[in-house]
Design a protein around this ligand. Structure first.
Ligand code: CA
Length: 431
């Protein structure tokens, strides 16, 4: 039998806390799950530094990837006999769902910013390069790896398929909202996915939702909104993220200034140079990263060792609301005072704004690459969700940027009680 259609003798099921079970029948999917590049996702957390805020949030990108696969599997099971659906696309869409996050690295957000990397670029390299994943996909058909890569890259000609994995109501978001809610333990993030799957309909170039399912979709949008503020933007998570970025910056800077590390940071060298090969990229997972942080706690450089000790032992920075655009004078004064107090402001006085996080809530029309949600009206007309739903209209399109200033309060408190610098700093921070 052709590899494309080969079925396992017995269906494999993974127990899953969110979807109860993940079902695998295709030999191809089973082989992909077993590939080293996919197994590596077990060692990359889905929510980066959120576990330092919500101790349950240790779930991995492996969990999430299987979840996205399972949701897509259920969606297309419902599509089977519908017009606009071509059953031949089944394997392609399942593979794309399973593999869409393959290129994520350790703490992706900070690593990408500091070392100027792009996980989507590595996803493409893993699919198309010399990897086990590529060898498996090629067995389906020579051009198959490229097709999967195009779907994930949103450049595939069939936009219906693309929209199942990346649109405003795609399987990716439906999985991570529920999964992140489950593992953080928050009471938001839950919505009636079963209902949404039942009212999804394939159109020629996108997936739409029957108007009767509008309230279930409203609930999904609300849960996105609440998860955004409650979990993804949590200021404590961002404090840990700030420290993590500063560790990477410091290590890179030391390396560029020929600092003699006690242990050669072998795994990081190609990252410092901002050009890791695929092999080097895949070798640096979160376990390896944490290993170096532990080692660096004993480095002679006081900034690197302090930041690593903070991250490993969760001694995070405190924060206040602070917008440097409106508080330029205070910002400049704090900068000088920190220098005076012996705290390098490049590392210990950090403004962080919510606008550069990889999450958002519903903003129809603002994100060109993600299709907005369309309702299918009884007369077969399509209407954009926020034009029909007052709830969605009222929360969509709002941009609320949140700026915070992060600093090590413990280090300030250590300064002598007679220090005028200390007194003035605390005055500005806590006035
Ligand atoms: Ca994802």
């Amino acid at each position: 039998m052709a590899y494309r259609n080969e079925q396992l003798n017995e269906e494999k099921v993974f127990k899953d806390p969110v979807h109860r079970y993940v079902h695998i029948r295709d030999r191809v999917i089973w082989d992909l799950v077993g590939a080293p590049e996919f197994q590596r996702l077990r060692r990359i957390k889905q929510l980066g530094t959120s576990y330092l805020t919500f101790h349950g949030a240790e779930h991995s990108r492996f969990n999430h990837s299987l979840g996205v696969y399972e949701i897509v599997r259920r969606i297309i099971y419902n599509f089977e006999d519908r017009p606009n659906w071509n059953p031949e696309d089944r394997l392609l869409i399942l593979c794309a769902a399973l593999l869409h996050d393959l290129g994520h690295g350790p703490f992706s957000h900070s690593f990408e910013k500091v070392f100027k990397l792009d996980h989507e670029d590595f996803t493409q390299q893993i699919l198309l390069g010399d990897t086990t994943i590529n060898a498996i996909l090629k067995k389906v058909e020579n051009g198959f790896p490229q097709k999967v890569a195009d779907v994930i890259n949103k450049t595939y000609e069939n936009k219906l398929i693309v929209s199942l994995i990346s649109s405003q109501i795609d399987a990716d978001r439906m999985d991570y909202l529920q999964r992140d809610a489950y593992f953080t333990g928050v009471s938001y993030g839950h919505f009636d996915m079963e209902r949404i799957l039942r009212v999804m309909r394939p159109m020629e170039d996108q997936v739409v939702v029957k108007e009767s399912g509008m309230h279930a979709v409203e609930d999904y949008i609300m849960s996105r909104y609440q998860m955004y503020w409650q979990v993804y933007f949590h200021p404590v998570t961002r404090s840990a993220e700030v420290i993590l970025s500063k560790i990477l910056h410091r290590a890179k800077e030391l390396h560029e200034n020929d600092y003699a590390f006690k242990l050669k940071p072998t795994h990081f060298l190609s990252f410092f140079a901002e050009k890791p090969t695929l092999k080097e990229y895949l070798e640096l997972d979160e376990a390896v990263t944490m290993y170096y942080f532990q080692i660096w706690m004993n480095e002679d450089d006081p900034i690197l060792s302090d930041l690593c000790e903070r991250f490993v032992n969760r001694r995070l920075f405190k924060y206040i609301e602070f917008n440097p655009n409106h508080q330029m004078n205070e910002w400049m004064e704090l900068f000088r005072l920190f220098q005076k107090a012996g705290l390098n402001p490049d590392y210990y006085l950090v403004v962080d704004s919510s606008s550069d996080l990889p999450y958002d809530f519903y903003r129809p029309g603002e994100e060109e690459e993600r299709l907005p949600i369309h309702l299918l009206m009884p007369n077969q007309e399509l209407k954009e969700l926020s034009r029909q739903s007052e709830i969605v209209e009222s929360i969509s399109g709002k941009k609320r940027t949140d700026h915070k200033l992060y600093f090590p309060l413990d280090r300030l408190e250590e300064l002598s009680s007679r220090s005028k610098t200390k007194k003035r700093i605390l005055e500005i921070l806590y006035r």
